[in-house]
Design a protein around this ligand. Structure first.
Ligand code: CA
Length: 217
């Protein structure tokens, strides 16, 4: 899952990005509204964390432009405490959720998980595929009741395929959603992850469709 964070307070931006990366998300960052708008319009993010008060272009304008362009990406806005009018305006402009500063990073992560899940039409926090169970909250995978230790990036790959189960996901789509702007996208990296996941979860866990992509069903 790839998330864009638009926030002009450097410390806050860095701590949000770090928390998301620790959870295995690919993260892009923007320190002003202009860069944020450019990235939001250029890439297919799975969620956007958007501060409202920004230099150059403010958060409402970014939101307005995205929704006007029919981009349905889930957006969580960050607002100042007691700024009820800001929150109302943000939600009316097409934001999906909000957090008031200061907030707990654990709560931000929980809200992002819920937004991403609902956006792909999955309301529950577990996915069962055969004897494999993904717990989206704990970010764990069990097979036959046994917990399979995966790296954050491996988990992210399995989660993405599981959320789109039954659908062939192209390599391009996986690269777009699993790697951020700062990631080194070596062409064989995806195959390495898939191969490692198969060693842990079983070869049948992920199917290859030659020339098309990968599939879980
Ligand atoms: Ca700000």
């Amino acid at each position: 899952m790839r998330v864009l964070v638009v926030e002009d307070e450097p410390d806050l931006l860095a701590s949000i990005a770090r928390a998301l990366r620790d959870e295995g998300y690919a993260v892009d960052t923007a320190a002003d509204g202009e860069d944020g708008l450019f990235k939001a319009e250029s890439w297919e993010y799975d969620a956007i964390v958007l501060d409202l008060m920004l230099p150059a272009v403010d958060g409402w304008e970014i939101l307005r432009r995205l929704r006007h362009a029919n981009k349905t990406v889930p957006v969580l806005i960050l607002t100042a405490r007691d700024a009820v009018a800001d929150r109302v305006r943000g939600l009316d402009s097409g934001a999906d959720d909000y957090l008031t500063k200061p907030f707990d990073l654990a709560e931000l992560l929980a809200r992002i998980r819920a937004l991403v899940r609902r956006h792909v039409g999955h309301a529950r926090s577990t996915i069962e595929i055969g004897d494999m169970v993904l717990d989206l909250r704990a970010r764990t995978v069990t097979r036959g009741g046994r917990v399979i230790p995966l790296t954050p990036r491996e988990y992210a790959l399995v989660e993405y395929l599981a959320l789109h189960r039954g659908k062939v996901v192209s390599r391009t789509e996986l690269y777009d959603h699993l790697f951020g702007e700062d990631d080194d996208t070596l062409s064989n990296l995806l195959d390495v992850h898939v191969s490692n996941i198969r060693k842990k979860l079983g070869h049948d866990a992920i199917q290859t469709r030659r020339g098309h992509g990968y599939l879980m069903e």
